[in-house]
Design a protein around this ligand. Structure first.
Ligand code: NAD
Length: 367
C-alpha cells in the first residue's frame, strides 16, 4: 500500500486545537485501508512569527508535493498590524494560487440532531444537503488593476477589477456539473448578468457548456442577489450552486448559518486533474481562528474533521470511509454531545477533545 502524504498546517487560534482532534481520526484510519504519512508545518501568524512570512518557501515546496493539505485556520489580533502582504491570510491566498485551487466546494448539510440550532425553522433546514461550488482563483479578489490611488484633490480611489476568462468559467462549471451527476443532478448558476458584463459572459459560457457536454443535468440560472434570498427562503430547492469568487464567498457564509454553526462546516479546494487524474487539494474548515475562544477547549472540531472526510472522498477515493466518518459524526450528535457553539440553552457541553474522542468511539462502535 503506497503511503498517502498529508501536510498538516494547523495555523493560529483554534486551528491547532481542531487539528489535534483530526490527527486522532487520521491515526484511526491509518492501517484501515490506507497509510497516511503526515507532516506538520507552520502557516499564518505562526509562520510569520517564525519566518517573517505567512507561508515559507520550504512549506510551499512541501505543499506542492503532498497528496493533500489539511489547513486549520489563520489570523488573530496579534497580527493586526503586520504589513498587508505578510498578514496571516496571505499564506492561505498563496497556497490557493500556487496550488491552482480554482474550485472551492462547500457542502451545507443540516444534521437532523442540529435542525433546531439553525436560525431558520426546522422544516426549512432539516435534511438539507446542498453543495456550493465557488470559483476561487479569479474574479475581483485577484483581477488587475487592484489599487488605491491618490487623486491629488484630497480624494483617494479604491479599485478592484472583476475579470473572468472563458477557461476559468468552463472549468468551474464542468466541476459543478460533474459533482451534480454524483448527487441530485441539478446545477444552479448564480451571477449578476443584469448589471455585470462578466456575469453575462459567465451565463453564456455555462449555458454553452451545458448544451455541449452536460445536457443530462438540470441547469437553472439565478441572479446572485435573488439566490441569496432563495437560500434563506427555501434552501432545499438547490442541489449544486456554482458561482464566482465574490458571490461564492458571501453565499456560502449565508448557507453556513442554515446548518447552525460555523463549527460544523468543512470545505475542499481542488485544482485541475493531471494526466494520472490526481488533483492538488486543500481541505479546511470554513471558520476562522476564533480568537475569542482559542485555548479554552471550546472549539467544535467537527468542521476540521469533516474536512478530512472530504479529503478521503475527493483526494483518496475512499468514499466508503468518508461515509463512515459522516455517520460517526451524526451518531455522536444523535447521542446529544455538544460543544458550546451547537448546544441549546442550558444543555451540557463537551470540550474539543471530548468531541474528538466521542467521534473515535462512534467509529469504533461501527467498525
Ligand atoms: P471566526 O470564524 O474565527 O469566528 C466567528 C465566530 O464563530 C466566533 O464567535 C467564533 O468563536 C465562532 N467559531 C468559529 N469557529 C468555531 C468552532 N470551530 N467552534 C466553535 N465556535 C466557532 O471569524 P472571525 O471572528 O471573523 O475571524 C477571526 C480571525 O480568523 C480573523 O483574524 C480572520 O481574519 C480569521 N479568519 C481566517 C479564516 C481562515 O483561516 N480560512 C477564515 C475566516 C476568518
Amino acid at each position: 500500500m503506497t503511503a498517502k502524504t498529508l501536510l498538516l498546517l494547523a495555523g493560529d487560534g483554534i486551528g491547532p486545537e481542531v487539528m489535534a482532534e483530526t490527527k486522532k481520526i487520521i491515526a484511526w484510519f491509518n492501517g484501515r485501508g490506507a497509510t497516511f504519512e503526515t507532516q506538520d508545518d507552520l502557516v499564518g501568524g505562526a509562520a510569520y512569527d517564525a519566518h517573517g512570512e505567512a507561508v515559507s518557501e520550504a512549506t510551499m515546496k512541501t505543499a506542492l508535493k503532498a497528496d493533500a493539505v489539511l489547513f486549520g485556520a489563520v489570523g488573530g489580533p496579534k497580527w493586526a498590524s503586520v504589513p498587508y502582504d505578510k498578514r496571516p491570510e496571505a499564506g492561505l491566498l498563496r497556497l490557493r494560487k500556487d496550488l491552482g485551487l480554482f474550485a472551492n466546494l462547500r457542502p451545507a448539510i443540516c444534521y437532523p440532531a442540529l435542525a433546531d440550532a439553525s436560525s431558520l425553522k426546522r422544516e426549512i433546514v432539516e435534511g438539507l444537503d446542498i453543495l456550493i461550488v465557488r470559483e476561487l482563483t479569479g474574479g475581483v479578489y485577484f483581477g488587475q488593476p487592484k489599487e488605491i490611488t491618490d487623486l491629488g484633490n484630497g480624494q483617494r480611489r479604491g479599485v478592484d477589477t472583476q475579470v473572468y476568462d472563458t477557461y476559468e468559467i468552463e472549468r468551474i462549471a464542468a466541476a459543478a456539473f460533474e459533482l451534480a451527476r454524483t448527487r441530485r443532478n441539478k446545477v444552479t448558476s448564480m451571477e449578476k448578468h443584469n448589471v455585470m458584463l462578466s456575469g453575462l459572459l459567465w451565463k453564456e459560457i455555462v449555458t454553452d457548456l451545458h448544451k455541449k457536454s452536460y445536457s443530462d443535468v438540470t441547469l437553472e440560472h439565478m441572479l446572485a442577489d435573488a439566490g441569496g434570498m432563495q437560500l434563506v427562503r427555501w434552501p432545499k430547492q438547490f442541489d449544486v450552486i456554482v458561482t464566482d469568487n465574490l458571490f461564492g464567498d458571501m453565499l456560502s457564509d449565508v448557507a453556513a448559518m442554515l446548518t447552525g454553526s460555523l463549527g460544523m462546516l468543512p470545505s475542499a479546494s481542488l485544482g485541475a486533474a493531471d494526466e494520472s487524474g490526481k488533483r492538488k487539494a486543500l481541505y479546511e474548515p470554513v471558520h476562522g481562528s476564533a480568537p475569542d475562544i482559542a485555548g479554552k477547549g471550546a472549539a467544535n472540531p467537527i468542521a476540521m474533521i469533516a474536512s478530512f472526510g472530504m479529503a478521503l472522498r475527493y483526494s483518496f477515493g475512499m468514499a466508503r470511509e468518508s461515509d463512515m466518518l459522516d455517520r460517526a459524526i451524526a451518531a455522536t450528535l444523535d447521542k446529544g454531545l455538544r460543544t458550546p457553539d451547537i448546544a441549546a440553552k442550558g444543555q451540557a457541553t463537551v470540550t474539543t477533545a471530548q468531541m474528538g474522542d466521542a467521534i473515535i468511539a462512534a467509529l469504533e462502535a461501527a467498525a
